[in-house]
Design a protein around this ligand. Structure first.
Ligand code: CA
Length: 347
């Protein structure tokens, strides 16, 4: 399919459930004619939409990987309409290593799109997704969590989109997901994201941020499992009833929402995740263990709202993202405002 060097071990048109692999050539010391085998499951049942579900885009984010593995085992093809393609660990080398980036080439898959046919392993995976999987899909859900260096209020995520119809369908999917938070995220840099690749192809695209800190959170996992099922029902790919849950709609638009560390040190947070925050309120202190006599530096919120995300690690370096304060979403900004791309943060 396409000109990718990766070959699928499943037939995307065959009815029923198939568990197989994406076979990427991986010649290396100890395995001259070896392959990287990325697990993939394909479920086909008659006419309907194609939904692509991915986890492990970053290897140290676990709720999506486990939720999708459970879905692979549990899905009943008789309940499916159309096609569901599931890749629980998209950057499979990173997932095996439990790292954000690939141990093979250092590649950050979610900064590698649209990828390169003859590039590194990470670029090759991105190219396969961009040239084979995305064109097949009507709807794409890429499940992220905070990973080792961030943690979040469990959230389904979308971006502002220029196409009103695409935006409305995406917003409906966001609300159907039913995470405690539905966030409209302004990315600092959209280059290289799977998100951007899918949105630019006109797809309904949702992401998530489900807990983090390198943990597998049982509530985050339950939110992921329910949310995936709800979205599949919402877009007509699965029979059943949506299990509606209240979703608080938040937004990271506007200045001052992303707090970066101005100095290296040990960070003490002064408010818990989910706390209401006022602009100017002290959010964190950085302590200097190599110079105990020096006063800690106090960092204040640049905007009011909710402490939506933060760094769970005590140590910080200059430039680390320490906190994200989200504001309430004005729904009119999704339904009527002209689109801007590029904003104050990147995840
Ligand atoms: Ca991530």
């Amino acid at each position: 399919m396409g000109d990718s060097r990766i070959r699928a071990g499943v037939d995307f048109d065959r009815p029923g459930v198939q568990h197989g692999h994406l076979d990427a050539p991986y010649s290396r010391d100890g395995s001259a004619w070896g392959s990287l085998l990325i697990p993939i499951t394909c479920v086909v049942n008659g006419a309907g939409p194609t939904v692509l579900l991915t986890g492990g885009n970053h290897g140290d984010e676990y709720e999506g990987q486990v939720a999708l593995a459970k879905l692979c085992r549990a899905i009943d093809p008789a309940q499916v309409r159309g096609r569901i393609v599931i890749v629980p660990a998209l950057n499979y080398p990173a997932a095996r290593a439990g790292t954000r980036t690939s141990p093979i080439d250092g590649g950050n898959l979610n900064r590698s799109f649209p990828g390169r046919r003859d590039g590194t392993m990470t670029q090759m995976i991105a190219h396969y997704v961009d040239s084979v999987l995305l064109p097949m899909a009507d709807v794409v859900v890429d499940l992220h969590s905070g990973g080792t260096s961030l943690e979040f209020l469990p959230s389904a995520i979308m971006h502002r989109l220029a196409d009103r119809q695409q935006s409305a369908r995406t917003f409906a999917a966001l609300k159907a997901f039913g995470a405690p938070v539905g966030l409209v995220l302004e990315e600092l840099d959209t280059a290289g994201l799977l998100d951007t690749a899918a949105e630019d192809k006109g797809k309904v695209f949702l992401s998530t941020e489900l807990c983090g800190g390198g943990r597998l959170d049982f509530e985050g996992l339950a939110i992921a499992e329910r949310g995936i099922r709800n979205v599949l029902i919402e877009v007509g790919a699965l029979r059943g009833e949506i299990e509606r849950r209240p979703t608080r709609l938040l937004d990271t638009d506007g200045p001052g929402r992303f707090l970066k560390a101005p100095e290296a040190g040990v960070c003490e947070y002064l408010a818990p995740l989910g706390a209401a925050v006022e602009r100017g309120q002290p959010l964190a202190r950085i302590h200097f263990l190599d110079r105990p006599s020096r006063e800690a530096v106090v960092l204040t919120a640049g905007a009011g709202g909710v402490l939506w995300g933060r760094r769970p690690l005590a140590q910080c370096d200059v430039g680390d993202c320490l906190a994200i304060v989200a504001g309430e979403l004005d729904e009119r900004s999704i339904t009527s405002e002209p689109v801007r791309r590029g904003g104050p943060g990147v995840l």
